[in-house]
Ligand binder design. Structure first.
Ligand code: FAD
Length: 498
């Protein structure tokens, strides 16, 4: 098996040194993040803004820098076709989004992914399907205990968040960066690296950017640019694309020969991001927040009647000045204002004030379920320097913004009388959670791949990443991506009769 990975993994030498160099350095090119910015539009033909891609790069992918929240989706997520008219949110119709896989079939893969990634936590008392085998989580801080008690007093059912962190001594949970203690579990450190170390017949090529696929009489040709810059090609009996939802569809779009030049229109469409609902809850007076931060989850408001909402969970980050400054800067960029170096320097005092305001707060988040719409999509554009860039057309719908507002009311009630302050605009996309651009379904008319990720009409070509999600689920995607990949690996094995 040959693994072609575009990134190298963290390269310390590439990290700019010194404050001014860091402020000037956008986009980030430190070897662990996608180096070019996204070109984003709200509609086809609208004015474009450039925003930093929130994507990990290198073996382990976005899992290197992710927050390791590893919850399962619910049975309801798999079995429901969510359409806005079901909760009276107007006439727009989303793409069909029930999963073509029975939840009971997927459960086996969830259990296998949990065995591999070993999340800590406690079971969700509101979900009869949650039989996760979880390691005991570290103790709660007094402030977190008080928040849990408040939720319980308000009739909610909080539990310990499922987190793929081994909590080795000195662990700081490492959200947004590579974990140097290897506490944080991802596909590279828990699967590929051990296989390489054990001498399995696997080769990993770093810095190898796959461009296109071609069919040969005996299998496949994969054209890629190697780390040396040389354009080259390998042949394979089967190919598994796992470039993520902003990249796998672009490789397929560039491989038009597979369909006689007419790439299926659905490839790249149905792009979803979760809406990122981040809020600060003021910790009860006199209780220390010292301790791990990715600790509390609650699914009492996973849905409201037919309306899909989300799990509420600890964000796991402390509101530090630098983080708040870069957050504000990204917000400005998204509305088309590039504050430049001067702007970034000017924003720092704002970050420092905000840090003081949030010092006594715990940050929570929810990945509010987004629905798939055909005009939300990803394609490739070549910029003025001739560089191929990820181009995203995405417009959060009014129904999503209305659900976000409804969710906010529910959170205020759940944490009452603790003060709850929302920090994001309702419906704001979480660019780190792209999904749905090679959707899975029952037939080639409404989907790109089948329930095992095999591309319709292309036997031996599989997609094993978040692009296959037909719906975005009310929970972070990584455990479901891992479980799907386990199902794909079994099917590839059958195809090749391994
Ligand atoms: C900061 C951050 C925090 C997050 N926190 C969580 C969390 O707590 N829980 C959770 O469930 N999810 C979280 N996510 C989301 C989660 O990481 C992703 O949903 C998940 O990693 C997606 O997996 P994937 O396989 O689809 O793509 P990725 O993990 O993005 O992997 C794609 C890989 O393919 C490589 N690649 C791309 N194109 C090519 C090409 N043409 N040739 C060769 N290689 C290529 C990339 O370099 C990358 O390594 C977070 C994401 C971010 C960015």
């Amino acid at each position: 098996m040959l693994v072609l990975e575009a990134g190298h993994g963290p390269v310390a030498a590439l990290r700019p040194r010194g404050l001014m160099a860091r402020l000037r350095a956008a986009p980030v090119d430190d070897g662990e993040r996608w180096p070019t910015q996204l070109i984003m539009r709200r509609r086809e033909g609208a004015r474009a803004v450039e925003v930093n891609a929130v994507l990990g790069m290198g073996p382990g992918g976005s899992g290197r820098i992710y927050g390791a929240a590893l919850g399962r989706a619910r049975r309801w997520d798999f079995e429901t076709d969510n359409q806005p008219h079901q909760w009276d949110a107007g006439g727009e119709t989303a793409l069909p989004n029930a999963w073509p896989v029975a939840y009971d079939d997927f459960l086996t893969a969830y259990r296998e992914a949990e065995r591999l990634l070993a999340p800590v936590g406690t079971r969700d008392p509101t979900d009869p399907d949650d039989d996760a085998d979880l390691a005991p989580p570290p103790p709660l801080s007094p402030a977190h205990e008080a928040i849990v008690a408040r939720l319980q007093a308000n009739g909610r059912h909080p539990f310990r968040m499922h987190v793929g962190i081994a909590y080795r001594p000195g662990c700081s949970e490492c959200q947004g960066s590579t974990c140097l203690r290897d506490c944080k579990a991802h596909g590279f450190n828990r699967a590929l690296a051990p296989a390489l170390a054990a001498g399995a017949p696997v080769t990993l090529q770093r810095g190898a950017m796959v461009r296109r696929l071609r069919r040969l009489p005996e299998g496949w040709a994969v054209d890629y640019v190697a780390a040396s810059g040389e354009e080259t090609s390998v042949t394979a009996r089967a190919v598994v694309l796992a470039g993520g939802a902003l990249n796998s569809p672009r490789v397929l779009q560039a491989s038009g020969e597979l369909w006689g030049g007419a790439v299926p229109d659905l490839i790249g469409r149905g792009l979803m991001f979760h809406a990122s609902e981040i809020f600060a809850v003021a910790a009860p007076e006199g209780h220390s927040l010292h301790g791990p931060r990715k600790v509390i989850a609650m699914r009492d408001h996973y849905a409201s009647g037919a309306m899909p909402l989300a799990e509420c969970q600890s964000l796991g980050m402390v509101g530090k000045a630098g983080m708040i400054t870069s957050f504000l800067n990204d917000k400005l960029r998204q509305i088309g204002i590039d504050a430049g170096v001067a702007g970034r320097v000017l924003l720092r005092p704002v970050g420092a004030v905000a840090e003081r305001i949030f010092a006594r707060s715990e940050l929570f988040t929810a990945a509010l379920q987004d629905l798939p719409y055909a005009d939300n999509r990803v394609t490739t554009e070549v910029d003025a320097e001739g560089v191929e860039r990820i181009a995203v057309t995405y417009r959060p719908r009014g129904e999503l913004i209305a659900r976000a507002r409804h969710f906010r009311g529910l959170m205020r009630e759940a944490f009452s009388p603790l003060n709850v302050r929302f920090l994001t605009a309702p419906g704001e996309p979480n660019l780190g959670h792209p999904m749905g651009t090679c959707r899975m379904g029952h037939d080639p008319e409404s989907s790109v791949v089948d329930g095992f990720g095999e591309v319709w009409g292309q036997p031996g070509l599989f997609v094993a990443d978040a692009s296959v999600f037909p719906s975005s689920l009310g929970i972070n995607p990584a455990l479901t991506v891992a479980a799907h990949a386990i199902r794909v690996s079994a099917r590839v094995g059958e195809r090749l009769a391994l």
